[in-house]
Design a protein around this ligand. Sequence first.
Ligand code: GLU
Length: 511
Amino acid sequence: MSVRVRFAPSPTGPLHMGGVRTALYNYLFARKHGGQFLLRIEDTDQARYVPGAEAYIKESLEWCGLVPDESPWVGGPDGPYRQSDRKDLYKQYADQLVGSDKAYYAFDTPEELEAMRDRLKAAGVAAPAYNAVTREHMRNSLTLSADEVKERLARGDEYVIRLKVPRHVEVRFEDIVRGWVVVHSANIDDKVILKGDGMPTYHLANIVDDHLMRITHVIRGEEWLPSAPLHVLIYEAFGWERPQFAHLPLILKPDGNGKLSKRDGDRLGFPVFSLDWQDPASGEKSSGYRERGYYPEAFVNMLALLGWNPGTDQEIMSLEQLTQLFDLERVHKGGAKFDPEKTKWFNQQYLRMRPDAELGAQLLAKLKAKGIDTTLERATAAAVLLKERATFVEDMLEGSYLFTSGSPLEANDAANEELKKRWKSDVAPALEAYIAKLSSLSPFHTDTLEPAFNEVLKEKGMKVGQVMPLYRLFVAGRMQGPGMFDVSVLLGKDEVIARLRAGLDHCAAWV
Ligand code: GLU
């Protein structure tokens, strides 16, 4: 049987990175086994529906390269793929279960339900539930006569359909990640499967759809593990073969203290969503990895390793490589701590792998946006130097001094503070000597600049650490950056000499 898996988000807001990871594992598993990856929108709970959330989910998955084979947007053989477009289909399945005595009508009013809970609480029951014991005392088709039930239905009395959970059974299933899960049915209540308005609850719709869509493996977050025994019972009630389950570990906050939730937004200093999002009701904005400048490949690579590893130390893996290596057996049971610094590291690795010309073009665009004009050739040469220290393309803008002319010390408080700490008047003759050497240097190249600089140090009896910081501040206006000989070559002889002179003049007043 060919593998068919699905990602089944509810459009209740933006896609949390945990959701993207669920989609990713489903995608990898489907690809690895030559199967299909479906997307189903679970929007039966209209009260929680958020406009824009579905479009957001689509865009997020596209950005990550996780495009489903079947979905509401491209269709497929088992559509429709949006539960609100399937709503007329579920009632017959609930009725089928009533017909086979696996479910029943319940006519209890909210007041009666409340009274039941109060009664049980008073009797010392900690978590009162509508279950195999209490249903015997409630107003439902198990306790009412067949005639009365018929009459009530004919009259149009409001009812829900509840699953008739068997009283003394052990529900067992083997989860691919967690191993055997065994729950006694006494701990499962008679969940409503069809609501008063004729709409299915999440549980019924989810199972009917997984069955009709021929899903072979349900790969989803651990928060659904408590529902899984109930789902097993629903499959048994229908007499359907059930898919295999794999419940993925939670993604934890960086300190390991609890689940990383949607509500964490930007509060912890990093995004929890894939794309920027603005809540349509409150207007509240949350940032996304895409807009922060992350490469989707880096984001996806990081997510793949959040709860899984290939069994080796390999960390950098493309979607194709991940597909080759992925297996559900290696998914961890324990929660996976999210590491924002490691996420940046991944982006840095992917940035370094980009072709120089592409980085050059992106840097050029960013420079233009800041009103700095240069050529693609120069931007590319600069990108080659700047990418070593950059996590994002944006970071390369710290090298804008490579594109302007004139001393970088003007209106540069940070540089002036550094200068004041580092300036010693005996550096002046060394830099003067260096200027003199540069003037006649040919060719003007790293291979000639470095020996020239070293000769000056030797002649003046000074250390690199005494002269280099000044050379750097005079020419680049900052303490961090690419090697000064490379920087100098890119700027050209005249510009370097002019900046060194301007720097010396600038400090002359302090002697
Ligand atoms: N609609 C559920 C969710 O939003 C899907 C759970 C499942 O995959 O079965 O997470």
